[in-house]
Write a protein that binds this ligand. Structure first.
Ligand code: LUZ
Ligand code: MOS
Length: 752
């Protein structure tokens, strides 16, 4: 199926928060936030702002009826500063006015006095000062110390990767509407309707049933709205509750960029040990995660980093330690890949370093160490249906990589200021929330008496096409035309206790729960049909909108069947519940089986570099991807293409800058560059690895949201290889993003 939202999006008819027609009496909120990174608020002078005509009220921490706490995993983040501020952008107050423009004007009239403390922005500095958000964790397998002493080659180094701005097209926002008896309806641009509901209930000291969160769709999220939609929804709902007026709070792009957290920057130390035969036998790594001022999702992200410390490789002796360092920056948060891209970058850096020192191609090391069937990850899970090697081999065959390498060599020998480079990027990503209890979902299916179907799930549509997948699943289950099916909004009153749509698992979890509901309805409809046909229900099937009896078409169509069932008082509504079986994890020993399955793939990335100016182009990204059954090929290809671009952006051009006082410098689209159509690779090809796919994936079609992001890592190393060919003496460091400036400075190192 094609994405059912395509038409609405391209004609501008799809509804986002800012498109909801506002109710009469709606007021508008704007957030006042700290302008210093660390300190104490001594006084805020609201007088002039309050005197501005049209300003209704300004809410501060003192107005919060419940707990001033929005920390999801750890209770360490105040909604409104009280009076300590820990980052620039820490909310201090909500200004409510008749229009957004007036609220904004009022904000400019407010004067804040602080006592300022020194700010920390560097994770290693924070670590030295003992500033951790929570205790460190270590994953271990084998015996690294003995292993290192037996290695033929040992290399150590440092690898850093930067943050990343989500830049969802729709900024964060919410619209809160009071209902009767103290209940609230909240439209929120969130991946986690239940997370928002729980957060609001805590802030307002209300039971969760009083808060109905409704989500039509999001204009992108990428992890940025897994936890960080909370503050805005809580603020608008608190104001709406206390004023008993509808309140709309939609962040401007600039506010969104400096108020919200981004991908975690990491700084890491590594040591890699290889045998003479180039087998990696020892791997030691320490990650310094820049967590920002509060934990947010960092504990889960840190965990996913550790789960991916060996990337696509089997390494028998591993010691991986991760620290979450507390800095005075906005709390860093979920972003596609969730800590795993950072880990994979370190692993690939180590391999690139080893290859450089040994004077061989990284491919020689990569290929010899790909994880194979029945080999163990450092956290105890054993690889099954391990497709790393088949993806690798298929990539080399399908795209004739050997020939491509020769072509590049020939090109590089020609006498010009251009060089080309190639790198291979294998990926391996574990599917399931690492927090086992989150791997559950529910759906609610209504078959109306006219045969039309309404489906509610816990999944949030954010452009990825999950609603289209749900439609396809139900259409197939009932064997009816997809046009009979409507996907309802994601709503906490219809489907309760949803996990956020995250961890690439929205389609798997909700799709399985949907199948469960459909199958129950189907068996009741078959009972009805068997009575109509005077046969056993085993001999009944539904095919192409008709009842079949013993595989022979009857003249009972879908509509007649449904109507008959209704008249016979058969329930045409059904809840489906799904919880991923098999998975478990024991944190006390850091071992278990946390993932339903892994997704594999290999990309060959080539770049062309202008060695005079440092400009470069990604020429091609050619992929063999492990889709499983590849049941949703069009949608999934869209995910691959988007993820590849986003991964290349993270690795090459997207550079988050904070100054030493914790101020975000890259705070607009003129100072923060994201890939546009001109920086898209000329060629993006993706072939599906042919497999049946695992039972635990919906329709055996594997999760696809996050894994292909990591193909972008190849762009970094392809650039290094192009540089090496131009200047073999160049000092190659591992410090992403590899912006054109950095590339130029690497091509022409300053003479000592
Ligand atoms: N969110 C989360 C995620 O809460 N847990 C996870 O394991 C995860 N993984 C990837 C992306 N988001
Ligand atoms: Mo996510 S990074 O919210 O799947």
């Amino acid at each position: 199926m094609k994405n059912t939202d395509s038409k609405g999006h391209t004609t501008g008819r799809s509804l986002f928060i800012d498109d909801i027609p506002v109710r009469k009496g709606t007021l508008h909120g704007v957030v006042l936030a700290s302008t210093i990174a660390h300190g104490k608020v001594l006084n805020i002078d609201f007088l002039e702002a309050l005197a501005l005509p049209g300003v209704i009220r300004i809410f501060t921490e003192k107005d919060i009826p419940g707990e001033n706490q929005i920390g999801g995993i750890l209770p360490d983040e105040s909604l409104l500063a009280d009076p300590d501020v820990h980052f620039i952008g820490h909310p201090l107050a909500l200004i409510v006015a008749k229009t957004e423009r007036i609220a904004r004007k009022a904000r400019s009239l407010i004067r804040i006095e602080y006592e300022e403390y020194p700010a920390v922005t560097d994770p290693r500095v924070a670590w030295e000062k003992g500033l951790l958000l929570f205790p460190s964790r270590t994953f271990q397998m084998g015996d690294v110390n003995t292993a290192f002493s037996n290695c033929a080659y040992v290399f150590e180094g440092k690898a850093d990767s930067g943050g990343q701005e989500h830049l969802y097209i729709e900024t964060q926002g919410s619209y809160s509407i009071p209902k009767e008896n103290g209940s609230m309806l909240v439209h929120s641009s969130t991946q986690g309707p239940t997370v928002v509901q729980r957060c609001i209930a805590r802030i307002l000291d209300l039971p969760m049933h009083k808060i109905e969160v409704d989500v039509q769709r999001l204009g992108g999220a990428f992890g940025g709205k897994e936890d960080q939609a909370n503050a805005w929804a809580a603020l608008s709902t608190m104001a709406a509750y206390l004023l008993q007026k509808p309140i709309k709070l939609v962040l401007s792009r600039h506010d969104d960029m400096y108020l919200t957290g981004k991908r975690h920057p990491y700084s890491s130390d590594f040591r890699i040990g290889l045998s003479k035969e180039l087998k990696i036998i020892a791997w030691e790594v320490t990650y310094f995660q820049n967590g920002g001022a509060a934990a947010d999702l960092s504990p889960a992200i840190l965990e996913r980093t550790l789960f991916h410390s060996t990337s696509s490789y089997y390494i028998p002796n591993v010691s991986a330690t991760a620290y979450s360092c507390k800095t005075n920056l906005p709390p860093f948060t979920a972003f596609r890949g969730f800590g795993s891209p950072q880990a994979m970058f370190v692993m690939e850096s180590a391999i690139a370093m080893a290859a450089g020192k040994l004077g061989i191609k990284a491919q020689e090391i990569q290929e010899k160490n790909l994880i194979d069937e029945q080999q163990e990850f450092p956290f105890g899970q054993v690889a099954v249906e391990a497709n790393a090697i088949s993806c690798w081999n298929d990539t080399f065959k399908t795209y004739n990589i050997g020939e491509k390498e020769k072509e590049i060599e020939r090109f590089n020998q020609s006498d010009s200021m251009f060089r080309k480079g190639l790198a291979i990027s294998p990926i391996c990503f574990g599917i399931s929330f690492t927090n086992t209890s989150m791997n559950q979902a529910r759906t609610l299916v209504h078959i109306y008496q006219d045969g039309s179907v309404g489906i509610s799930t816990g999944a949030v549509e954010m452009g990825q096409g999950v609603n289209t997948k749900m439609k396809q699943i139900a259409a197939r289950a009932f064997s009816i035309d997809p046009s009979r099916i409507k996907l309802e909004t994601t709503n906490t009153t219809r489907v309760a206790n949803t996990s956020p749509t995250a961890a690439s698992s929205g389609a798997d979890l909700n799709g399985k729960a949907l199948l469960c509901a459909c199958n129950k309805l189907l068996s009741r409809l078959k009972e009805t049909a068997s009575a109509m046909e005077n046969t056993s229900s085993d001999s009944i099937s539904l095919q192409h909108e008709y009842v079949y009896s013993d595989n022979k078409k009857t003249n009972i169509g879908w509509e007649e069947l449904v109507k008959t069932a209704f008249l016979n008082r058969v329930s045409l509504s059904q809840i489906g519940h799904y919880a991923t079986p098999v998975i478990h994890f024991d944190k006390s020993i850091e071992k278990g089986h946390p993932f339903a399955y892994h997704v594999f793939g290999t990309a060959c990335v080539t770049v062309k570099l202008d060695c005079l100016r440092g400009r470069y182009w990604v020429e091609s990204v050619q992929i063999v991807h492990d889709f499983g059954s590849n049941e949703f090929s069009d949608l999934d290809l869209g995910q691959i293409e988007g993820a590849v671009m986003q991964g290349i952006g993270w690795m090459t051009m997207e550079e988050i800058g904070f100054n030493e006082k914790g101020k975000l410098l890259s705070n607009s689209l003129s100072t923060y560059k994201v890939p546009d159509i001109y920086s898209a690779p000329q060629i993006v090809e993706c072939n599906a690895l042919k497999t049946d796919g695992p039972e635990l994936a919906i329709l055996r079609s594997k999760a696809v949201g996050e894994p292909p992001f990591m193909y972008g890592i190849g762009a970094y190393f392809a650039l290094q290889n192009a540089i090496r060919s131009f200047n073999p003496e160049a000092r190659l460091e591992f410090n992403a993003p590899f912006t054109p400036e950095k590339v130029l400075l690497t091509l022409y190192p300053e003479k000592a």
